[in-house]
Design a protein around this ligand. Structure first.
Ligand SMILES: Cc1cc2nc3c(=O)[nH]c(=O)nc-3n(C[C@H](O)[C@H](O)[C@H](O)COP(=O)(O)OP(=O)(O)OC[C@H]3O[C@@H](n4cnc5c(N)ncnc54)[C@H](O)[C@@H]3O)c2cc1C
Length: 451
């Protein structure tokens, strides 16, 4: 605990204060530069979604910094997906096979505030609010900031700077301008709009509280996650342009027509639908692929700055938290050898980031379209059966992502092999009832559980 190197982090969103905690606990002096005001003092939106799905990777990191006990009481468990059909019938698809295989809905703002509180409890962390990074000069170790209160400009010297400044990262831009980093941003073409299901008149949840609700409608979907105040935050994921899209659904009549025809059972649940739809912003969704995630031993990117992904696996924050945990492990192993730390971080994490970005896009199609088709249900039943028959060797892809720490790139590879096994089994028995053990034995990689 005698390490006094000063580290600058850009961004006090979800990843920045978490990383500050890891670093402060290792004796580093950390300054976080944050463009927004302090959300604990000024009522501001915490950005993007109101609540988030927290799962094993995020929980592990929160445990490591000693915050999980403060977060658990403010989280609501979600045992599975509650599917809402067009005719109003509902059915639950559990996420896993055991009581532990669940995920949690947590308020983004509360989580963000608790992360900042814990960071500031350490005398090693200072957060400079209302300070925006404008650019960086890596040759002269200088950061250029704008102080938003006074509109004045400042220079800040650094030895090490880490960009936790989200999907539109300015530090990433500075690294790209200075180096040969490969960078692509792939817009999804679909955006999102947040809506609300308030508590009932008697102050209770209006729909099942321990579930993530989905209204899958082919090319788009509505989802709802529970909040501690008995409300639900709903998100409509919808095309940005096209015949049925945010471009065409605007007036009260358009909105009523969409909801009456596609989500009729939600009409009674959402008294402020029209106002919410018309007043809440439409968010855009994109995936960011960047390689490597560092510049020499001077600068590193983590979280959405390195790998913004679409939210359909509920993993953006979880992946960002895992980044912090992995980075802390590398710091422990390599002390202040930042070149080795940053090289090793990019070497493993970039491919993991790309893998979860791809899986998240695939999961959108599964959630909005496939969850209700017979083939999907057959495959899901079969994968759960195979997991019971080959524990540790066959783990459904969703479970590997949400309930284990297996690196995402390994999840992707194992998942592909498992999908092939399922397809072959269904060729032999299209009902999915019988399992050819010889075929499974030959095709299943002989790996033991690595979680
Ligand atoms: C609709 C939606 C739903 C989601 N749901 C989930 C979910 O269920 N589960 C999950 O795991 N993930 C989810 N995510 C993803 C999750 O929100 C992100 O992965 C997570 O917020 C990333 O954390 P971060 O700290 O990297 O970035 P952010 O949380 O975006 O924080 C970046 C911070 O940097 C600050 N900043 C930006 N630019 C500058 C600058 N130039 N100077 C100073 N400060 C700056 C910002 O003000 C902000 O505070 C969702 C995302 C969306 C859009």
């Amino acid at each position: 605990m005698i390490n006094k190197e000063k580290i600058i982090l850009i961004g006090a969103g979800l990843a920045g204060p978490l990383l500050a905690n890891y670093m402060a606990q290792r004796g580093y002096v950390v300054t976080i530069i944050e463009s927004r005001p302090d959300m604990r003092k000024v009522p501001i939106s915490a950005g993007r979604s109101i609540n988030l799905a927290l799962s094993a990777r995020g929980i592990q990191a929160l445990k490591e910094i000693g915050l999980y006990n403060r977060i658990k009481p403010i989280a609501t468990s979600m045992k599975g997906r509650m599917i809402h059909d067009l005719d109003g019938t509902t059915h639950m698809l559990p996420y896993g096979q055991t009581d532990e295989e669940i995920i949690f809905s947590v308020s983004r703002a509360q989580l963000n505030m608790e992360l900042m509180n814990l960071a500031e409890e350490s005398e090693n962390v200072t957060i400079l609010f209302n300070h925006k990074l404008i650019s960086a000069d890596f040759d002269h170790y200088k950061l250029f900031l704008q102080e938003l209160d006074t509109n004045s400009h400042k220079e800040l010297s650094f030895t090490r700077v880490i960009g936790c400044d989200g999907s539109a990262s300015v530090l990433r831009e500075a690294i790209i301008n200075k180096s040969t980093v490969k960078y692509i941003k792939k817009p999804l073409g679909h955006g999102y709009k947040e809506l609300t299901i308030p508590p009932s008149e008697s102050g209770d949840f209006q729909i099942e509280s321990n579930a993530l609700h989905i209204w899958p409608r082919g090319n788009y979907m509505l989802i709802a996650l529970p909040n501690k105040d008995y409300s639900f935050t709903c998100t409509l994921f919808f095309p940005i342009e096209g015949v049925v899209s945010f471009e065409t659904v605007k007036t009260e009549n358009d909105i009523l027509h969409l909801f009456q025809s596609q989500f009729p059972d939600t009409m009674e649940l959402m008294p402020t639908l029209i106002e919410d739809f018309q007043n809440n912003p439409t968010g855009e969704l994109a995936s960011v692929y960047c390689k490597p995630w560092h510049f020499q031993d001077k600068a590193l990117l983590i979280g959405d700055a390195a790998h913004a992904i679409v939210p359909f696996f509920g993993q953006g924050m979880n992946a960002s938290f895992q980044d912090c945990s992995i980075l802390a492990g590398l710091i422990d192993m390599n002390k202040n050898d930042w070149k080795t730390i940053f090289d090793a971080f990019s070497a493993t994490q970039v491919e993991n980031g790309h893998a979860i970005a791809d899986m998240a896009i695939e999961n959108y199609i599964e959630m909005r379209d496939h969850v209700n088709d017979i083939e999907y249900k057959k495959k899901r039943t079969l994968e759960l059966k195979l997991e019971r028959m080959y524990p540790g060797q066959f783990i459904p892809r969703y479970s590997m992502v949400a309930f284990h720490q297996i690196p995402y790139s390994e999840v992707y590879e194992r998942g592909e092999k498992q999908f092939k096994i399922i397809n072959e089994l269904l060729k032999l028995d299209p009902t999915g009832k019988s399992i050819d053990r010889e075929l499974v034995k030959n095709m299943l990689p002989n790996s033991s559980l690595n979680s």
